[in-house]
Design a binder for this molecule. Structure first.
Ligand code: BGC
Length: 386
């Protein structure tokens, strides 16, 4: 069977069914979505960031129960850390130092514990992405998610206290920076928390202030003029794009999420249009999308899930033909079992750095459930049904 390589409408639709099946098969009885069941470094762990997009892909494709179980698991995990959040937020409010090592984890074991392996913990985006996906799922399916109200209050308290601090980014790097895609996820998550209507008035006010603060900070420090060969330096927002972190000119493909689905700069805004265009110009190659130009992880290949974000953004801007080509490229990367990898090892940015990762962690993570989640989101956007 070669589910993913048939790029006809029927083949694309077969990979939708297969993606739903892969995700359902591997979802833990606890509700957690493992990032990749077979990959040594990820096995036994669930990330809120991956899980949010996996749940959204499933939710968009008529699946209510699996995402509800994931959101209930997340609510238990976050809710159980209410005391830790109260203590951290209290210390921060008193001006005491709080180190990254003391913050909430980035990933949890499938039964919801902190892991015991060393990891690049302290990433704020997952808490925002989770609340965004929860609100989408609740609005779409009217789902009743046990524990969600309390957990949303806890995550909101955490993010309103710490949104303006540096942390590791989506790729678990550069803990010293403030990353624009992290800020975009927090912005979306806090807006979602407000929209869910479960915050008391002072928390809702704090969340609204943080949303406003993020917008102002990114506008002031997270945007750079579009420049490059043959492109004149820009003086107005029609030619300015979001940046990888505050104060740089580099881009990162995770910025696509700041346009759609997070809406920090909604599709149609000049900064949004320039960001999508710059990410595509600098990072997309033949349908696949690199994370950022200096990437060396497994040699710096093209990530299947990022083609999903780029395709979604083309679709939202009305360019459905281009969106469809990204969906086809994603489907073309499936293996004979219809499983999608994390990244593709052709057209590497740093080929000499690939082998060291293969030796350390084994072949590229496959199936990566987040890749399947993004395939599901883009397929649904384009009306490709199971
Ligand atoms: C990526 C993260 C991802 C994790 C699990 C890491 O290699 O950098 O973005 O959350 O894998 O899929």
């Amino acid at each position: 069977m070669s589910v993913g390589r048939d790029l006809t409408r029927a083949g694309l639709s077969q990979l939708v069914s297969r993606s739903i099946d892969v995700i359902n098969t591997h979802q833990s009885p606890s509700g957690a979505y493992p990032a990749c069941p077979a990959f040594s470094a990820y096995s036994g762990y669930s990330w809120l960031r991956d899980g949010a997009f996996i749940a959204e892909g499933m939710s968009r494709n008529g699946q209510a129960d699996g995402p509800t179980a994931f959101h209930a698991w997340s609510a238990r995990v976050v809710g159980a850390r209410a005391g830790q959040v109260a203590s951290l937020a209290g210390r921060a409010a008193r001006g005491e130092a709080v180190s990254p090592a003391e913050m909430l984890p980035t990933r949890f074991t499938l039964d919801g514990q902190d892991g015991t392996d060393d990891w690049w913990d302290h990433q704020l985006d997952g808490y925002g992405a989770w609340m965004w996906a929860l609100a989408e799922h609740v609005a779409r399916h009217g789902a009743d998610v046990p524990g969600a109200e309390q957990a949303v209050r806890v995550a909101t308290r955490y993010l309103t206290a710490f949104w303006d601090r540096p942390c590791y980014d989506w790729w678990e790097e550069h803990v010293e920076q403030r990353h624009v895609s992290t800020l975009g996820a927090i912005h979306a998550g806090l807006r979602a928390a407000i929209s869910l209507g479960v915050l008391d008035s002072s928390s809702a006010e704090a969340a609204a202030e943080a949303v406003q603060g993020i917008g102002a900070l990114v506008e002031a420090e997270g945007i750079a003029p579009v420049e490059g060969p043959g492109i004149a330096p820009a003086k107005d927002t029609r030619q300015r794009h979001l940046t990888k972190w505050l104060g740089t000119e580099a881009v990162d493909a995770s910025l696509l999420a700041c346009v759609h689905p997070f809406g920090l700069y909604p599709p149609g805004h000049p900064v949004a249009a320039a960001t999508v265009a710059e990410v595509e110009r600098r990072l997309a190659r033949e349908g696949g999308v690199h994370r950022y130009l200096a990437d060396t992880f497994y040699g710096g290949g093209r990530w299947v899930l990022l083609s999903g974000f780029l395709g979604l953004n083309h679709a939202r801007a009305g360019r459905t033909g281009e969106a469809g080509r990204y969906l086809e490229w994603m489907a073309g990367q499936a293996n004979a079992q219809g499983e999608l990898p994390e990244q593709v090892s052709t057209l590497l940015l740093a080929p000499e750095r690939r082998e060291e990762w293969v030796e350390r962690w084994g072949p590229v993570a496959t199936p990566l459930l987040w890749s399947h989640g993004m395939y599901l989101m883009l397929a649904d956007e384009l009306g490709v049904k199971p």
